[in-house]
Write a protein that binds this ligand. Sequence first.
Ligand SMILES: [Ca+2]
Ligand SMILES: [Ca+2]
Ligand SMILES: [Ca+2]
Ligand SMILES: [Ca+2]
Length: 488
Amino acid sequence: MTFNKKLKLSAVTLACSLFFGCGSDSNKTTNVVKPDVETVTKEVLPGEIYAGDAFELSNSSVKYLSALDSLLFTVEVMGDAASVAPKAIGKVDGAPVLGYVFVTDLLPSDVGYVDVEGIVALAITSHPDFDDTPLWNEDNNERYDDDGIIYHSHWVILEENNLATGGLAVVQASTSSKLTPTSPMPMYLDSPGFSVIEKGNELHVIVPMDRIKRKTKFETSTLTGYLEVELKKGSSPLLKLERVYTELTGPFTVENDHLVPKNSVPEISFDEAPDSFEIIDTSVDYISEVDSFVFTMDTLSQPAVSAPQPIGKVDGAPVFGYVFPTSIPPENVGFKDIDHATLALVVTTHPDFDDTEFWDENGDNDYENDGKVYHSHWVALVPDVNSDAGLSVPSQADKSKRPPTAQMPMYLDSPGFHIFVQGNKLNVVVPAQRINKLTGFKFNGITAEMNVDASGALPVLRVNNVLDNLAGDLSTPYSVSEKVLADY
Ligand SMILES: [Ca+2]
Ligand SMILES: [Ca+2]
Ligand SMILES: [Ca+2]
Ligand SMILES: [Ca+2]
């Protein structure tokens, strides 16, 4: 704690001393012709060719949005935010990285890093020489390994490092480090897949409250900077802050923090709660300001309160689910060779097993004990006479037919979408980018009991009992509504 505070302060001091350099430097550079690469001399600061109004900060904020139960991190710049990418150099060693960085006083454990001290920062970066988001396909081109240039989100843990001209670097990991499952490299850098929204001179990042252990009492400052990767034989890669273009020291606190509920979902018991599965209404709102959908199921009593009794094994394991069948093509979420299926967003509980190896829904930093907590899946549903209700989620052993977040050998993905309950409404936040930027589709609302069938060579999830079905059949009659944040 003291260490963190001290480090934060020294980082700010360090940043400030840089800013005097940078502040006057950026005043000088924004209005002058950028030097040609050929004429760059030793006196020129690192990343000089990228300095300009796209990195000239004018404002910043962090605001709680009830509509998404998430924090909206925002920076405003003088130019077009996230419009400048570094020039590729064709290799990772020395690769340039440009970033918009929210420096926070959150603890590393708040973002899942339990064995490290340092400064927690949310960094939005671009680096065309490498992809460090193996789970995500930011440019929606079916490939997960070619997205480095698209501005994307990271958690990083920073520490002082005199190898960096800017004085700070991402903490390197050792073989014994406990990194989060979404850390792609041996360093304290996480690729959480948060939505990044570019709107003119504004850049936004949406961070669901559960991904920061619902912390609201923290402060941020904001900087834009130039970073570089250094690869040395025998040590893990180093990501160094080489240059700060501008900084807003704030500190910025969380706006609307008084609206943040203590928990996203209710306590779950094994008691039966039939009214919690009786559907009154269902809706999907598209909110263009945050380029996100909110799927909602409105139930007779508070939803997501009841889990099935565990049976102690996976074969036959009971699953309760709130199911949104949709008209979204399965390929839009990375399911291949199953065009005929109905893609459904499902919110499930199943105390016998955890199928979210990348996610820690109960927030205890253990990624393998969350099955009981209601969580989100994409599933492809097909007719199946061997299931009591005539539908199942079929198996698929070939990884190339599933998105990287679908780890079980079946058409079931664990995308990590945020779930939250408000009153009698169960909500799921789905970024439009994650359904291939589709904005219109049809849907229905169903509640059901399912079971894992692991008796064959590969598992199948069987829908065995439909509890309620708003449309009454397998159609998807309802349409997406357009909403604005002010509607909530
Ligand atoms: Ca990627
Ligand atoms: Ca891609
Ligand atoms: Ca998990
Ligand atoms: Ca957990």
